[in-house]
Design a protein around this ligand. Structure first.
Ligand code: NDP
Length: 445
């Protein structure tokens, strides 16, 4: 890293102790920015980098709620409003027991560049809670969401900050959050949350968008080498929103998805995943991967190793951060994997990324590859503002165009900086310059 960039990173580590994922996310961006700053030294003026790594606002709050036994429970809520240079803060809410300030800051930081890449007018933010929805009743989830929104509502708004879903937050949770926001504010303000149900202002294709987008991004990468999904074996991790719709799109394009996982284990289904069954188990019954294996002949349940042990042409990590390590990356490369497209945020460790880059396989980092979700959220806001509802075909076409543009912009930037095919450098510098240009015009704020 060039000197200035290194200084900024060291200061981030000093001022944000014990936040390893946040450090990792900042490092991954900063280490690719040196050439941009060398070429355009004004990007180091007015402490721009120092401001970029400091969230504009961090909100932490108590979320008390009452469980079905009448016992009072207390969780912690977060919203990190990281950067609003390009538009209202935008980014999901994560409900998972591992959530803390470090995790939300890493996600919020990534979100700034991802959102800039979509070329929609949205800033970066992220939030959530250490509430664990697993094993909670519907009523418990509703009471938690209502308590969470009872504090969050005063910080958000369609021109201020627009949350959406992430791990543990899907259509059900967004519905309860929206209901409580509406009640507290006495305003039907559809643009305040995205990922809404179709009955009250949601957009077609939002549910599918992240998974579909990650596959579209992979498809564009494959095309640069005259390859495609047709006949490809695809390994997917996770079995939530992103994983399910990544599998769906990969299948539509002629690929065969053979794996998925959750925190209880992973499944190898050599015949190809039965998507209707997977949706039934995960979306309807909220079950575990073992429930799929019980009903699908030939499918194997594993608790040792990982989905990355299965030979594949395309890998789509779609579960969580740092789920794919150096050994996994080496196994993928050894088995002939041609492309990795990240549905999840920061799923590959820095060492795994190095392996992908050294081996010259196609590597699409999450910031670019999974931007389809937030891009479609911005399309949902656009429809809400116009009081319009687009058809599935129209929304999917818009998503496809955005993903193609992101892909091409990353490649063009990589080319410009003498690193052809380096999507990491391309994505980070493209996102950074868009945010930096706006920040410089706004003055020191
Ligand atoms: P879901 O909650 O719908 O699904 C998450 C899946 O990943 C579940 O199968 C879950 O298993 C598994 N998982 C989560 N944490 C772990 C863990 N620590 N170890 C093993 N498995 C785990 O979330 P999404 O599909 O929405 O999100 C998946 C990833 O995609 C996340 O990184 C998210 O940030 C990213 N993303 C999501 C977007 C969206 O639009 N939803 C947009 C962009 C990125 P289990 O149920 O057992 O916990």
């Amino acid at each position: 890293m060039a000197n200035r960039v290194e200084e900024v990173y060291e200061e981030v580590v000093r001022r944000n102790p014990a936040e390893p994922e946040f450090h990792q996310a900042v490092h991954e961006v900063l280490e690719t920015l040196a050439p941009a700053i060398e070429k355009h030294p004004h990007y180091a003026d007015y402490a721009l980098l120092d401001r970029l790594v400091e969230p504009e606002r961090q909100i932490i709050f108590r979320v008390p709620w009452i469980d079905d036994e009448g016992k009072v429970r207390v969780n912690r809520g977060y919203r990190v409003e990281f950067n609003s240079a390009l538009g209202p803060y935008k980014g999901g809410l994560r409900f998972h027991k591992s959530v803390n300030r470090n995790i939300i800051k890493f996600l919020g930081f990534e979100q700034i560049f991802k959102n800039a890449l979509t070329a929609q007018r949205i800033g970066g933010g992220k939030g959530g809670s250490d509430f664990d929805p697993h094993g909670k009743s519907n009523n418990e989830v509703m009471r938690f969401c209502q308590s969470f929104m009872t504090e969050l509502y005063r910080h958000i708004g369609h021109l201020t900050d627009v949350p959406a879903g992430d791990i543990g937050v899907g259509g059900r949770e967004i519905g309860y959050l929206f209901g409580q926001y509406k009640r507290l504010t006495n305003r039907f303000e559809p643009g305040v949350l995205t990922g809404k149900g179709l009955a009250y202002g949601g957009s077609l294709v939002r549910t599918e968008a992240t998974g579909y987008g990650a596959v579209m991004f992979a498809q564009s990468m494959l095309e640069t080498r005259n390859e495609s999904f047709d006949g490809a074996t695809v390994a997917v991790s996770g079995s939530g929103n992103v994983a399910i719709y990544a599998i769906e799109k990969a299948q539509q394009l002629g690929g065969k998805a053979v794996t998925f996982s959750d925190s209880s284990g992973w499944v190898y289904d050599p015949e190809g995943v039965d998507l209707d069954l997977l949706k039934q188990v995960k979306e309807v019954e909220r079950g575990r991967v073992a429930d799929y294996v019980e009903r699908k002949k030939g499918a194997e349940l594993h608790t040792e190793g990982s989905v990355w042990d299965v030979a594949c042409d395309v890998a789509l990590p779609s579960a969580t951060q740092n789920e794919l390590n150096e050994d996994n990356a080496r196994t993928l490369v050894k088995n002939g994997c041609k492309a990795v497209s990240e549905g999840a945020n920061m799923p590959s460790t820095p060492e795994a990324i190095e392996v992908f880059q050294e081996s010259k396989i196609l590597y699409g980092l999450g910031k670019a590859a999974n931007a389809g979700g937030v891009a479609t959220s911005a399309l949902e806001m656009q429809q809400n503002a116009a009081r319009a509802s687009w058809s599935f075909e129209r929304a999917e076409q818009e998503l496809a165009k955005i993903m193609k543009d992101i892909h091409d912009d990353c490649l063009a930037t990589a080319e410009e900086y003498g690193a052809p095919g380096d999507y990491v450098l391309g994505a980070n510098i493209t996102g950074f310059t868009r945010v930096a240009d706006a920040m410089l015009e706004h003055g020191v704020i």
